[in-house]
Design a protein around this ligand. Structure first.
Ligand code: BG6
Length: 494
């Protein structure tokens, strides 16, 4: 059995990594730097090639120069080693291709000829409308070998029906075991650490249920706006861009039953049970339990930023949401009665991903508290920008009477590991090269996530729910606070 814990281990098998969209933003910012770090860790064998495929009129030398200008800057100076970079770019080759023209695949064919025994990855960092063109193109050119794999970036469709079409088209060409659907949150160390925390310690499991937990909050806040991604974003919105995938993945990992092993299907079987147990938010229920928002101009320490509608790629009457808050509930013995409050947004006060587990109060309090409050225990798991765990417990305040005072037990992973924070894609790319699907979304998982999200989108459209305005630099519209206040809770803000 392959586990995903062996990332630091031995080199992967010889490979050809064909990166469609090779000159794009994701490739320059994340994918090529991720491959560079794996190269530095001696994990890429000498016979491992990276073929960047795109439409620009460039040759390999021109592309390597582009990497020098646009990719190198995304590697932290302290982690950059010139000699490694130079040997890394030797692996990189460029293929000019129009993926809609079948004859162009002949060029790829000749580049791959004679290397049928190598692992072959087709990595699609392109618009979903091109997925099918490329999979058909490589198939028609006879490029799919038994050791071939395809990796796809989200979004996989814009609802369950369109995701099904994409999945059917993929299934016509690749076996499910060859398909790697990426949600980059699953590649983050901090997200994998959630599983380690829950299932590697006996401490939490007895508490991890409705008898002990009152509510759970998951926030993925971003300070950036949509910037150059306006055209894509306006067609997508925060529900499809963040909730359907990243937020639901975090919820599922927090709420799943312990899997019997780390075998990919054992884990994914448990994850899908949670998705299917989410209580549907349909019609009026969806309206009452969700909040849409859109940012207006606002100020940060660095200066003011324009509102969403001021972006030149956004129509000025756009009603696309850049913020979502919602209350989800899971119908199961473990979670009945525990609300999961999720929120995400662009141009919020700060970039921060955080999970808050609020425990129930002691059933009968016999002590006074120094602050007059008797807040329950709270577990705060910060996933980014720093990785920290903080637990609020009560202790006796210094002094004579037994008066309680809250203190925090703090664990900062930077102090414990003192290592470079890996790019999520490092692990994901190595897992694709190794053929290990544990951190990727299975087809039924993607469908189940859409099946829960679709009725929310439909209700917004049916009731023409306009997004509530919020100021850039704030934590979203006030309606998001009302959503949680009405149940007697409040968003945790540090
Ligand atoms: C992507 C979304 O999947 O995740 C982006 O499309 C978002 O809109 C990004 O900014 C956030 O990722 P991270 O790793 O910066 O939290």
């Amino acid at each position: 059995m392959i586990t995903s814990t062996d990332i630091a281990g031995s080199p992967v098998e010889p490979f050809d990594f064909v990166l469609f969209g090779g000159s794009g933003d994701l490739s320059m910012r994340k994918l090529l730097p991720a491959l560079y770090f794996r190269h530095c860790a001696n994990q890429l064998p000498a016979d491992g090639r990276i073929i960047c495929a795109a439409r620009q009129e460039l040759d390999t030398d021109g592309f390597r120069a582009l990497m020098d200008a646009e990719s190198k800057i995304h590697i932290d100076e302290k982690d950059f080693m010139e000699d490694h970079w130079l040997s890394f770019i030797e692996r990189v080759h460029y293929l000019r291709i129009d993926v809609t023209v079948q004859s162009d695949y002949e060029k790829l064919k000749s580049m791959l000829a004679g290397r049928e025994e190598h692992v072959r990855v087709f990595y699609l960092s392109v618009a979903p409308s091109l997925f099918n063109k490329i999979t058909e193109g490589v198939n028609a050119a006879g490029l799919i070998t038994p050791l071939s794999r395809v990796a796809l970036e989200k979004p996989l469709g814009r609802d369950e029906a369109s995701a099904d079409v994409i999945n059917d088209e993929l299934a016509a060409v690749f076996k499910e075991s060859q398909i790697f659907r990426i949600d980059h949150y699953l590649g983050k160390e901090a997200v994998q650490n959630l599983m380690a925390l829950r299932f590697g310690n006996s401490l939490f499991e007895p508490l991890w249920r409705n008898e002990r937990i009152s509510d759970v909050q998951i926030t993925i806040a971003e300070s950036l706006g949509v910037d150059t991604r306006g055209r894509f974003y306006d067609q997508t919105g925060a529900l499809r861009d963040m909730v359907q995938n990243h937020l639901l993945q975090l919820l599922v990992i927090l709420a799943m039953e312990p899997p019997v092993s780390v075998d990919p299907d054992a884990v994914r079987d448990e994850k899908i049970k949670v998705l299917r147990a989410l209580k549907p938010l349909v019609g009026r229920d969806a309206i009452e339990n969700t909040v849409r928002g859109q940012y207006k101009a606002g100020a940060y320490d660095e200066g003011t930023v324009p509102g969403y509608l001021e972006n030149e790629d956004i129509p000025n009457d756009s009603t696309t949401e850049t913020f979502v808050a919602l209350k989800a509930e899971i119908g199961s013995w473990r979670w009945e009665g525990v609300p999961f409050y999720l929120r995400t947004g662009k141009r919020l006060e700060k970039k921060q991903t955080e999970i808050i587990i609020n425990f129930k109060k002691v059933p009968h309090s016999i002590f006074e508290t120094a602050d007059g409050l008797n807040e329950p225990n709270q577990l705060i798991i910060r996933l980014q920008p720093e990785e920290k765990i903080r637990m609020r417990v009560y202790v006796k305040a210094w002094g004579d009477a037994i008066t309680l005072q809250p203190v925090h037990l703090n664990l900062d992973f930077n102090d414990v590991f003192q290592k470079r924070r890996m790019i999520a894609y490092e692990r994901l790319i190595v897992d694709v090269l190794r053929g290990n699907p544990v951190l990727f979304m299975r087809r039924d998982e993607v469908s189940a996530a859409w099946a829960w999200v679709d009725p929310i989108q439909q209700a917004w459209e049916h009731f023409q729910v306009e997004p509530k305005a919020y100021r850039a630099g704030s934590m979203g519209p006030s309606a998001a606070s009302n959503l949680i206040h009405r149940d007697g809770f409040a968003w945790y803000e540090e």
